[in-house]
Write a protein that binds this ligand. Structure first.
Ligand SMILES: [Zn+2]
Length: 494
């Protein structure tokens, strides 16, 4: 089969529009296309390093490892989430009670002198160091290795209260504040430690959070109800940073208290006299600090990106540094506006933009339900979904269907293409995150080998420089991983 025939047949199988051949050809002609996979320490411990790497290379056509070196979350570390079916590899039991989280590498205390958070070695596997265990085999095989860590912590860690955000309520949050020197120094400490200590090729960090305005309105795919008194951050460091930027913290607080009343009433179905949308606008006009505070949070995230980037490069100039961009980017137009790729690109060698299509249907439906009970309480939800398809520029099925069908490969194509165009003029590489068996509710859409294959093909068709198979190997079925590998092998052979 020649390239033209392959592209035609791939397009036909994908049921999508014809592949623009030049872009696909040029993308795959560059042999260094990144094909990464996210994997936690537990997979190497349970299945053996070389066995896992064999599967990655042979089935997934993988050339880069994104090892979860630090997290307290089950999304990227640990075995399959309890309650979801175990995949066809690895230990056939859940790590209920044995998953704790933390750093899966050794720690050198000299890098953590300037923070109150010093005890974070994952106890899960004793003194096992996942980078020491994997790097020799990865090097021998020519695989690149990235440290992959995320902004997810527990509330019961020694000293962690000194890093935590302050809620509108005045209580500590379980999330940490980017403007708190204890957290900033911890992030920079672990970045420098990994960069100097291990022969890794890169670092990726991700923060799946947003500012107080979007959170108050529950403008995400969160399955918990809005809790507008718990939004963040109102700590002393954020207040000081606000004042420097000419934002009055007291007026911001008052605005958020009024917003909390609005959200509480809307959740009880108490329609304001002028309706939901108009009343929200009145609040924003009376308190421009609502948006200023949202942007302060976003700016602080960008400042954190810049600081991690600079620290890693200072420690090791050749290291590649980039970010995991949260799925909410595909649902919430406010969050999408905050992900200004031209603003982020100068501190990003690469971006993993989450474009998970299978679980995307369930998540989009949840997002519509959430904002359909706050900002858009007056708009029928089916129409609200249609509005979002229009403003976000992708077109999928109706509200009742998308949890059952997932989103299509065309969604992956459109989101990739949009990001590619958003990054125009810069050198930042675009590696969409591809959904392989990310858990969904019973009865909802599940991944298939063909669906994964089509998603990977669509990413390249949209102009990606690679793909990152997500979220973690320990939840992936081998056949679905092979679906990704099939796409890569087909594209490489044409
Ligand atoms: Zn703060």
């Amino acid at each position: 089969m020649d390239r033209r025939e392959f592209l035609q047949s791939a397009a036909a199988t994908a049921g999508a529009v014809a592949f623009p051949q030049l872009r696909t050809a040029s993308a795959l002609a560059r042999s260094e296309q990144m094909v990464g996979i996210q994997v936690g320490a537990v997979s190497f411990v349970d299945e053996g390093v070389d066995k896992v790497l064999d599967v990655f290379q042979q089935d997934g056509a993988v050339n880069s490892l994104f090892i979860a070196t630090f997290t307290y979350g089950r999304g990227i570390a640990g075995r399959q989430v309890p309650g979801q079916p175990l995949p066809d590899h690895g230990k056939q039991e859940y790590d209920r009670g044995t998953f704790y989280g933390g750093s899966y590498t050794k720690i050198d205390p000299q890098y953590f002198k300037e923070t109150a958070f010093k005890t974070f070695r994952a106890p899960d596997f004793g003194d096992y160091d996942v980078l020491d265990a994997v790097l020799p085999s990865a090097k021998r095989r020519g695989l690149k290795t990235y440290c992959w860590f995320e902004d997810v912590f527990r509330a019961d860690l020694p000293g962690i209260d000194q890093l935590q955000e302050k809620e509108l309520s005045g209580n500590n949050a379980t999330t940490l504040c980017f403007n708190n020197p204890n957290y900033r120094n911890w992030l920079l400490g672990i970045t420098e430690y990994w960069s100097r200590t291990y022969d890794v090729d890169g670092i990726m960090w991700g923060s799946e959070r947003q500012g107080a305005f979007s959170n108050a309105l529950n403008a995400s795919a969160s399955t918990t109800p809005a809790s507008p008194m718990r939004v963040t951050c109102f700590c002393q460091y954020c207040q000081a940073k606000a004042k420097e930027s000419g934002i009055d913290p007291e007026r911001a607080r008052r605005g958020f208290l009024e917003l909390a009343s609005f959200v509480d009433a809307s959740q009880k179905g108490k329609r304001p006299v002028d309706g939901y949308y108009v009343s929200l606008w009145r609040l924003m006009l009376n308190y421009p600090e609502l948006l200023a505070w949202e942007m302060l949070w976003t700016k602080s995230l960008r400042d954190t990106y810049a600081a991690i980037y600079a620290k890693a490069k200072e420690a090791k100039p050749s290291i590649q540094v980039g970010w995991h961009i949260w799925h909410t980017n595909s649902f919430n137009p406010i969050y999408r506006a905050e992900q200004d790729l031209q603003a982020i690109a100068p501190h990003s060698d690469f971006l993993k933009i989450v474009i998970y299509n299978n679980c995307g249907g369930e998540r989009m439906a949840q997002y519509i339900n959430n904002v359909g009970s706050t900002i858009y309480g007056d708009v029928p939800k089916e129409q609200l979904l249609e509005f979002h398809y229009q403003v976000l520029n992708y077109k999928e099925k109706g509200l009742a269907e998308i949890p059952i069908t997932g989103l299509s490969a065309d969604y992956v194509y459109r989101e990739t293409k949009r990001a590619r165009e958003g990054l125009a003029g810069g050198k930042t590489l675009l590696w969409p995150g591809i959904d392989i068996d990310i858990p969904t509710a019973p009865g909802h859409s599940k991944c298939s080998p063909e669906g994964v294959r089509d998603a990977v093909l669509a990413a390249f068709k949209g102009g990606s420089d690679g793909v990152l198979l997500s979220r973690k190997y320990s939840e992936m079925k081998l056949a679905d991983l092979r679906g990704a590998g099939d796409a890569i092998r087909q594209l490489r052979s044409t």
